[in-house]
Design a protein around this ligand. Structure first.
Ligand code: PEP
Ligand code: MG
Length: 580
């Protein structure tokens, strides 16, 4: 048979070549659905026994997960054990046996599906994923009811790629990464539990492949590429060779970078800077922790509002912010208030068509106009502040009046929450995004009132150079190395440092290796970027000397054109002697 390429979603990187280990984890569990009156007690006893066995099993698996995956992932399993005690679940199964003469198996299936279906309808992504947990629990009860052993994945003793419809969290914990090289599943997305767990285990994974998965036979040779989301069935020898070579260079690059994962971002002469992550979802916080991010420098909360059909209420937002704060474990989390408008729309908040949306009704302008939106979000953020190290940041600030209004709204909201009896942290730093030239030019005035600045180069460039960041036709003009942009950045950092305040950068420039010597030279304190760029930037920084970078920066700031700045930087980087 000819080689076959199947496209899925790459959720955990790495090229793997191994035999398929096919799990049919969705057996048709057929048992009769109804029982007679006199069988009720026996059926309840059978259910009770399955419950006990499930509870013990979950307790053991939780302990196992704590050791292999950490507290957070173990929490998913202990959460299932708690669901077993939930009045909305187990007693409902008993009720169906008693009142509707359901067999225990049928009652478990019906109640499980009913609850999973309800979870699936919720707009909150986190809650939707609880559907997988309740189904996993249902399967466990069923397997004990039917006296069957669940396949023990921990018994696998040869190198394989697991092929399945989906893997339950409890299956994933058992994977031994020495033998299980990869995962290939029919369903799933970047944020499914399988994906999160495979990333934390370092097992390469491609999910959401679709029905093609069902055609794969146990034992056939597969190649998967967890970055590109590709699976190759029946690869011919040439393809195998190509992928083996790619695997080797991937390995070399990883080994090289791996050394920097646990190291701080520090220049040769010992200047340390903070490496933070930009995130848009709760799940990305886990990836940030995985990459050793020292905090979240930008939590783009828009996504929480964009993936739903209604504005997320205070409770839904609170759950998300609290989870991010907790998963960062005391490390700072900068939550940016809603930045909607421009290129981002909300289906339930129709914004009038504007000739220049990026110059129009956007971000904090909407928040200050529609205070109910801002206050709901601030209430959720402030409540979550009790559970971690949260800071608040306002987007698109162009004047002191806007900042003062936003800050006063926040303080009023805080007082109100305290009156209502909510615990709220009493030391929340508040800052602004510097992404409009007027804010950069007034940095000396802002600095007296804000706790920090975070430079948003993505917008700062478009507003300074009058170049629409979405317009391909003028993309050639869009460049953060433009001397005017550099002068603004320098101005902001100087203003902050003269008042003992810190400055971050969460725009794309922070994750560009070419910008690193310049940003070190300028004295940027906190760098926030996509978490996958962190190791690379740390490696670049480790090869820099801050004194040289300052001299370079002084020279760069005297240049008149973007081209000269770029040329100088490229030359500087080429001449650096690698230290590793
Ligand atoms: C920026 O403008 O640089 C920024 C980080 O914000 P966003 O890209 O979300 O506009
Ligand atoms: Mg911006």
């Amino acid at each position: 048979m000819a080689e076959q390429h199947i496209q899925g979603i790459g959720v955990s990187p790495g090229i793997r070549i191994a035999k398929a280990f096919v799990i049919n984890n969705n057996p048709a569990l057929t048992t009769r659905e109804h029982i007679n009156e006199e069988e009720v007690e026996a059926e309840l006893a059978r259910l009770g026994n399955a419950k006990e066995l499930s509870a013990t099993e979950l307790m053991n698996l939780t302990e196992q997960a704590k050791l292999s995956l950490g507290e957070k992932q173990a929490g998913i399993l202990s959460g299932q054990a708690k669901m077993l005690e939930d009045p909305a679940y187990y007693p409902q199964i008993e009720k169906r046996i008693r009142e509707e003469r359901h067999s225990a198996d049928h009652a478990v299936r019906v109640v499980t599906e009913l609850i999973a279906g309800k979870f699936e309808k919720l707009s909150n992504e986190y809650m939707r994923e609880r559907a997988a947990d309740i189904r996993d629990l249902g399967k466990r009860l069923l397997s004990h009811l039917q006296g069957e052993e669940r396949i023990s994945l921990s018994d696998i003793r040869e190198e394989v790629i697991i092929v399945a419809d989906d893997l339950a969290p409890s299956d994933t914990v058992q994977l031994n990464k020495q033998y299980v090289l990869g995962l290939l599943t029919r369903v799933g997305g970047k944020t499914s539990h399988t994906s999160i767990m495979s990333r934390s285990l370092g097992i390469s994974a491609v999910v959401g492949v679709g029905d093609a998965v069902r055609e794969i036979a146990d034992g056939e040779l597969l190649i998967i590429d967890g970055s590109q989301g590709i699976c190759i069935r029946m690869p011919d020898p040439k393809t195998i060779e190509t992928y083996q070579l790619r695997q080797q260079s991937e390995q070399l690059e990883l080994e090289l970078l791996e050394k920097f994962r646990s190291r701080p971002a520090e220049t040769k002469d010992g200047i340390r800077v903070e490496m933070a992550a930009n995130i848009g979802t709760v799940q990305e916080a886990a990836a940030a922790v995985d990459r050793n991010a020292e905090g979240v420098g930008l939590y783009r909360t828009e996504f929480l509002y964009m993936n739903t059909s209604h504005a997320p209420n205070e409770e839904e937002q609170f759950i998300a912010y609290r989870e991010v704060a907790e998963s960062m474990n005391g490390r700072p989390v900068i939550i940016r208030t809603l930045d909607i408008g421009g290129d981002k729309e909300l289906p339930y908040l129709p914004l009038p068509k504007e000739a220049n949306p990026f110059l129009g009704y956007r971000a904090i302008r909407i928040g200050l106009d529609r205070k109910e939106l801002l206050v709901t979000q601030l209430r959720a953020i402030l409540r979550a502040s009790h559970y971690g190290n949260i800071k608040i940041m306002f987007p698109m600030i162009s004047s002191l009046e806007e900042w003062r209004d936003a800050k006063a709204t926040c303080e009023k909201t805080r007082t109100q929450l305290i009156q209502e009896g909510f615990p709220v942290s009493n030391s929340i730093e508040m800052g602004i995004m510097v992404e409009i030239p007027s804010a950069a030019l007034l940095a000396n005035a802002f600095v007296k009132e804000v706790d920090f600045f975070s430079i948003g180069t993505n917008d700062l460039v478009q507003y300074t150079l009058a170049v629409d960041r979405m317009n391909e036709k003028v993309a050639y003009l869009y460049d953060y190395f433009h001397p005017a942009v550099l002068q603004l950045i320098q101005r902001v950092i100087k203003a902050a440092h003269s008042h003992g305040k810190w400055v971050g950068m969460c725009g794309g420039m922070a994750g560009d290796p070419l910008a690193a010597p310049l940003l070190i030279g300028l004295g940027l304190d906190e760098w926030s970027m996509n978490s996958s760029s962190i190791v690379k930037i740390k490696q670049v920084i480790s090869n820099l000397d801050s004194r040289d970078c300052r001299k370079l920066t002084d020279r760069l700031l005297l240049l008149d054109t973007t081209e000269e700045v770029r040329r100088e930087l490229v030359r500087y980087m080429k001449e650096l002697q690698p230290n590793e």
